[in-house]
Design a protein around this ligand. Structure first.
Ligand SMILES: *Cc1c(COP(=O)(O)O)cnc(C)c1O
Length: 227
């Protein structure tokens, strides 16, 4: 399948998921995750009209950024080490992986603009996964008030790798409930409007549960690293 076929296919699946859940496809922002592909393939995605790209590692991000530049919106979706913040903070548009106070403090210190961030939550309870424990979320978000360069625009999660749709759906649903709770408090530093959830294997479930940003890699731009 060509990239264009995969893009059309993705859009059709988004349309159907929206139809099932009474939503509008315009309300779903697709982020093409280019971490498994070359700069050339990422550029092809941009040429097709894809305007939001995501990378989870700094080296991959810079490789693409050097060539594609800021003709697109850049989402940093991976674990971010505090000591690397200063290298990247003036180039990325969104951070999806804010998950600890020390990272927030460093972003606040190094940024000279307001950085829109998603707070990452570990909804699956897996030890290995990054993200805040749901019990810590509210106090974490309150604490973000200390950092004027951080705006909490939403929550992000990754569901566990499982075939069990119920487990995945429950993760997404619980993230939405947390979002609703935070949003209802009308914090000016944390409007918390958006939900970044859903990847190649589970974006349809995520859309049904309220995702506003889906992060799709292999099923859209492909995976050139796998043999
Ligand atoms: C790799 C990655 C994705 C996309 O993964 P696919 O399964 O290839 O769609 C989404 N979000 C994060 C945080 C990732 O690291």
């Amino acid at each position: 399948m060509t990239l264009q076929n995969r893009y059309e296919n993705l859009n059709e699946r988004i349309r159907l998921a929206c139809e099932r859940s009474n939503r509008h496809a315009e309300d779903i922002q697709v982020i093409a995750v280019t971490k498994y592909v070359s700069v050339e393939t990422a550029q092809k995605a941009v040429d097709l009209g894809i305007k939001h790209l995501g990378e989870n590692r700094l080296d991959g991000f810079f490789k693409k950024y050097e060539s594609i530049g800021n003709n697109v919106t850049w989402h940093f979706i991976g674990t971010l080490q505090s000591r690397k913040v200063k290298e990247v903070i003036h180039y990325v548009d969104y951070i999806h992986s804010l998950d600890r106070p020390s990272l927030a403090k460093e972003i606040n210190k190094r940024a000279d603009q307001i950085v829109p961030c998603f707070v990452q939550v570990n909804t699956g309870g897996e030890e290995s996964k990054h993200g805040l424990d749901p019990d810590e979320l509210e106090s974490f978000i309150e604490k973000m008030k200390l950092y004027p360069n951080i705006k909490v625009i939403g929550l992000m999660t990754m569901a566990p790798l499982t075939e069990d749709e119920t487990v995945i759906r429950n993760c997404f649903r619980s993230l939405r409930e947390m979002r609703d709770h935070i949003q209802s408090q009308q914090f000016s530093h944390a409007p918390c409007t958006y939900l970044s959830m859903g990847m190649s294997q589970d974006f349809e479930i995520a859309i049904e549960e309220g995702a506003t940003h889906i992060r799709v890699g292999s099923s859209l731009v492909g995976n050139e690293k796998k043999n």
